[in-house]
Ligand binder design. Structure first.
Ligand SMILES: Cc1cc2nc3c(=O)[nH]c(=O)nc-3n(C[C@H](O)[C@H](O)[C@H](O)COP(=O)(O)OP(=O)(O)OC[C@H]3O[C@@H](n4cnc5c(N)ncnc54)[C@H](O)[C@@H]3O)c2cc1C
Length: 250
């Protein structure tokens, strides 16, 4: 997973949160920045023309894109930019409304951690930590057996069980509570709660769980993404709804 930013001459807020382009070939997600930084004067930056910034994560670097028919890891940075922009437009302009227009695109910035060539494909110098299946029980708690040592990071064992800002945040809440306990403080403790998952994905998760218990690979989601006719009819029905909901919920 790595990111590219698109600088626009008009703000395109999309939604107040993350957008998941669940069927995009390169597994894109985006966030439209300006709405979250109301006191930041974008016009005071650069040549003053930027009014909106779209930050995009690319999570699939090994699947062919729609424009260049190449995997992201074999694309030049120009090609990555063209392809991601095209996939965003494909998803957002689908109702015939020009949400994203080429004319509004001023420039883009691909994370410099993506380096070329290595020797002939892109390489990511800052790979995303992904907690692997089964690692939860091996990971450390925020509180350690050393009384004044607390761990606050996305690898800590939390309810979130995912290397995210929420996971790091939960680890921090646990560590703060540990510090308050150790200090004998009467201050209110931070809340610690379970991870909420969108109910709409429950059928897909249930089917995957059953397949896992039967020792079969969890292939349903892949089949749907590839438009295969052997995908589960139930999931085929719920997938478009799930996609819309994911966009709305962010
Ligand atoms: C491309 C990408 C997209 C992501 N998107 C999302 C998202 O949309 N939502 C989400 O929730 N999470 C996302 N994440 C994950 C999220 O960013 C991390 O899980 C989270 O930032 C981890 O927080 P942390 O405090 O554990 O570590 P970090 O944020 O990595 O902080 C560790 C800090 O320690 C510093 N450091 C390291 N070594 C030293 C040293 N020796 N001395 C001093 N400082 C040091 C580092 O420079 C860094 O600033 C994304 C991650 C990536 C890479």
């Amino acid at each position: 997973m790595n990111g590219i930013m698109f600088y626009l001459d008009r703000d395109v807020p999309l939604i107040r949160g993350h957008t998941i382009y669940i069927d995009s070939p390169w597994a894109l997600t985006s966030i439209s920045q300006a709405q979250f930084w109301p006191s930041f004067d974008l016009e005071a930056m650069g040549d003053g023309r930027v009014e909106g910034i779209l930050s995009v994560d690319i999570s699939e670097w090994e699947r062919e894109g729609a424009v260049h028919r190449k995997q992201a890891m074999y694309c030049s940075s120009d090609e990555v930019s063209e392809e991601v922009w095209a996939q965003l437009k494909q998803a957002l302009n689908d109702a015939g409304i020009g949400v994203l227009e080429d004319v509004n695109l001023l420039s883009w910035f691909l994370d410099p951690s993506i380096v070329y060539p290595n020797p002939n494909e892109a390489s990511n110098l800052e790979p995303l930590l992904v907690n692997t299946v089964g690692s939860w029980s091996d990971r450390p708690d925020a509180l350690t057996s050393i009384e004044n040592l607390f761990l606050v990071s996305d690898y800590v064992r939390t309810h979130t069980d995912l290397a995210t800002m929420e996971g790091a945040n939960e680890a921090a809440r646990r560590a703060v509570n540990g510090i308050l306990d150790a200090a004998g403080s009467s201050a209110p403790r931070c809340g610690v709660w379970g991870l909420e998952e969108p109910a709409i994905f429950a059928p897909a998760r249930a089917i995957d769980r059953i397949r896992f218990q039967l020792g079969r690979p969890a292939t349903q989601a892949v089949r749907i993404r590839e438009g295969r006719t052997d995908a589960s009819p139930l999931l085929r029905t719920t997938a478009p709804v799930a996609e819309r909901l994911a966009r709305v919920r962010g």
